[in-house]
Write a protein that binds this ligand. Structure first.
Ligand SMILES: C[S@@+](CC[C@H](N)C(=O)[O-])C[C@H]1O[C@@H](n2cnc3c(N)ncnc32)[C@H](O)[C@@H]1O
Length: 278
């Protein structure tokens, strides 16, 4: 799919998901109105203390595949940027962690998600937050301005992942950390099977193979790269979704099981990285 069309499709799906939450529902994409076919990977990544500290709509809007705020070591006074911030859950949790001397930015391209996130911020009464409209392929922040880049199940959606990683590197300060939850593929998976499973996992997806993720991070300039699995998907979990799409889950089990993971992806911008961006 051409990148312009892909972005429009993503904006439309996530715009709908935001409207579902604003109307009192739970964010869902992939399953339409039938909640049982909704993306099941988003259900439990936050503990009760985190969930109860936020407006219910911020939790209901969660569409991530991990909890980068629990894995990233955020310190008071730091500046955090969340790529594809959706309803704002990770931005609000990060803002609390960095405290009033710090700041959390959320970046998203979908107007309905930005409106929902700003409403959630207002309800939470958290001030050290700013939601920005823009694309993660062209981050509207200056170079060397952010301590930690987080993201939750968004980079896999980009048509130009190399550019996203180069942009993350650009805005990070030297020594800054990349601390992202994302869907990653391990090993070879036939294209048609991959597409079906990705639709189940992340609405509209194009997850990178593990080694490709590492090489793209390295090409962007990152060091100390680690990919730590946080969840491994099995075809049994996707069977209802796949059946609704006319796919025999058992027939593809051996090509799927163990190959799709949610992972915590860590990397560091070296302290001596050049800062003269043109
Ligand atoms: C899977 S949801 C994740 C939202 C949020 N991170 C969470 O954990 O709930 C993806 C979000 O990323 C946004 N998004 C997807 N591609 C984007 C892009 N290229 N630039 C900016 N935002 C993007 C969508 O609008 C949507 O809000």
């Amino acid at each position: 799919m051409a990148s312009g069309n892909l972005q429009k499709e993503i904006q439309s799906k996530y715009g709908e998901a935001a409207k579902q939450v604003a109307a009192g529902g739970t964010a869902c994409c992939g399953g339409g109105a039938e909640l049982s076919l909704c993306d099941p990977i988003t259900r439990h990544p936050y503990d009760d203390a985190q969930k109860f500290s936020l407006p219910p709509q911020a939790v209901a809007a969660s569409l991530g595949c991990g909890n980068p705020t629990s894995l990233a070591q955020l310190k008071p006074g730091e500046t955090v940027l969340d790529l594809g911030s959706g309803g704002g859950i990770d931005v609000l949790l990060s803002a609390r962690r960095v405290g009033p001397a710090g700041k959390a930015y959320g970046l998203d391209m979908t107007d309905e998600m930005l409106a929902l996130a700003r409403e959630n911020q207002r309800k939470a009464g958290i001030e050290n937050v700013e939601f920005l409209k823009g694309e993660i392929e062209s981050i509207p922040l200056p170079e060397n301005s952010v301590d930690v880049v987080i993201s939750n199940c968004v980079i896999n959606l980009s048509a130009d992942k190399g550019r996203v990683l180069r942009e993350a590197f650009r805005v990070l300060k030297p020594g800054g950390r990349f601390a992202v939850s994302d869907v990653v593929v391990r090993g070879e998976v036939p294209a048609d099977v991959r597409r079906s499973v990705e639709l189940w996992i992340g609405c509209v997806a194009g997850a990178m193979e593990e080694s490709e993720y590492v090489s793209k991070l390295a090409a962007a300039g990152f060091a100390d790269i680690e990919i730590e699995p946080t969840r491994v998907y099995t075809v049994a979990e996707a069977s209802q979704f796949l059946k609704a799409k006319g796919i025999d889950a058992e027939a593809i089990a051996t090509q799927v099981d163990g190959k799709f993971i949610s992972a915590f992806v860590r990397a560091v911008k070296p302290a001596n990285a050049a800062s003269d961006w043109k």
